[in-house]
Design a protein around this ligand. Structure first.
Ligand code: HEM
Length: 312
């Protein structure tokens, strides 16, 4: 509560400052134009300038205050009902995947950048030499292969897995949402788009991993069993593995970590990978279209149930 009051005071004083700035700018422009003949053109110029100032200051307010607004809207609301977003099966896949990928990055990157001091520290001091480090890399690889096969089985044979896979397929609405999000970030729209179960950002995350896994497992297997392949296949495989490995690491550290750790809405971390649940306010805020769908379905079920009870 104390935090909320502080945030409100901060907001008020910032808005006062910004408003004073706008008025000052307007006064300056009016002074400049006093000596001149006030023509229609100047009037339009002054109005445009004021519009521009108000717009950019408003953007500044929104940017500076967004973490505190989110604080008030999401974190401090009573939690109410919980919605299960990810079931146990999917969460277990994700856990095995991140453990494997962390192992693969720690043991793979020093091979790509052997000249760095930290690479020598990781391979020699931490892991006890190259032999151990390549063995651990292969253990991580087996973990990733298991996740890949497990996920394929999940999206083919589980009802929820199949549903989520189809919902993950990008469509025209995602392109529109991406454009509207950019417009919102640069202040051209008052509100961002509303998302359903998966936003275009989450779809991008999913397909980047999907594609990355195919490349990493395929090229890694060629390197692992190089005696079965011609030399040029090994060279191509190594190049792909090395470059895609760096790209995957950067995608995880920059894109994925921002979305699930550093984004002010979830900082220091979204715990959904652990409990799989969203509160009602998180659901309304992040997936309003899915929330509406669930509500509609539930009320239809209630109506149908009471109808059939009335008939009996
Ligand atoms: C996120 C997943 C992975 C990352 C980030 C990763 C990263 C890397 C990197 C950076 C290298 C060094 C390449 C170079 O010398 O330039 C490497 C080597 C290697 N990787 Fe991976 N890798 C991943 C997954 C895999 C998988 C799934 C396999 C096996 C199927 C695999 C097998 C190998 C092998 C055999 C080598 C050659 C060095 C060695 O024998 O240990 N990697 N990896």
């Amino acid at each position: 509560m104390k935090q909320t009051n502080e945030n409100m005071n901060k907001r008020e004083s910032l808005i006062k400052d910004l408003t004073a700035n706008i008025i000052d700018s307007a006064k300056d422009i009016v002074k400049e134009t006093e000596s001149q003949e006030v023509t229609k053109d100047i009037h339009i110029e002054v109005t445009n300038r004021l519009n521009y100032e108000t717009n950019s200051l408003l953007n500044e307010v929104v940017t500076k205050l967004s973490p505190s607004i989110v604080d008030i809207n999401i974190k401090e609301q009573p939690e109410g009902r919980k919605f299960e977003r990810f079931g146990k099966n999917f969460r277990s896949q994700h856990m095995l995947m991140f453990v494997s990928v962390i192992i693969l990055i720690i043991t793979g990157m020093p091979l790509k950048f052997p000249e760095f001091g930290i690479s020598k520290f990781v391979i020699i001091s931490m892991l006890g030499g190259l032999e151990n480090s390549t063995l651990i890399h292969r253990i991580g690889a087996v973990g990733l292969i298991i996740v890949g096969v497990w996920h394929l089985i999940y999206i083919i044979f589980s009802r929820v897995g199949r549903r989520d896979f189809f919902l993950m397929i990008p469509n025209l609405q995602d392109a529109k949402d991406a454009i509207q999000t950019i417009q919102y970030y640069i202040g051209k729209r008052a509100k961002g788009p509303k998302f359903g179960r998966f936003s275009f950002i989450e779809k991008f995350d999913y397909w980047a991993v999907y594609w990355g896994m195919i490349i990493m497992i395929g090229s890694g297997a060629i390197m692992w069993y190089k005696e079965l392949f011609p030399k040029y296949a090994y060279d191509i495989g190594r190049e792909m593995h090395s470059d895609e490995g760096l790209l995957a690491t950067l995608a995880i550290v920059v894109w994925h970590f921002y979305n699930v750790h550093f984004n002010p809405e979830v900082f220091p971390m979204s715990w959904i990978w652990w409990h799989g649940q969203l509160t009602e306010s998180e659901m309304k805020h992040h997936h309003p279209l899915e929330y509406d769908e669930i509500m509609k379905k539930e009320s239809e079920e209630i109506i149908n149930k009471s109808k059939s009870e009335g008939e009996n």
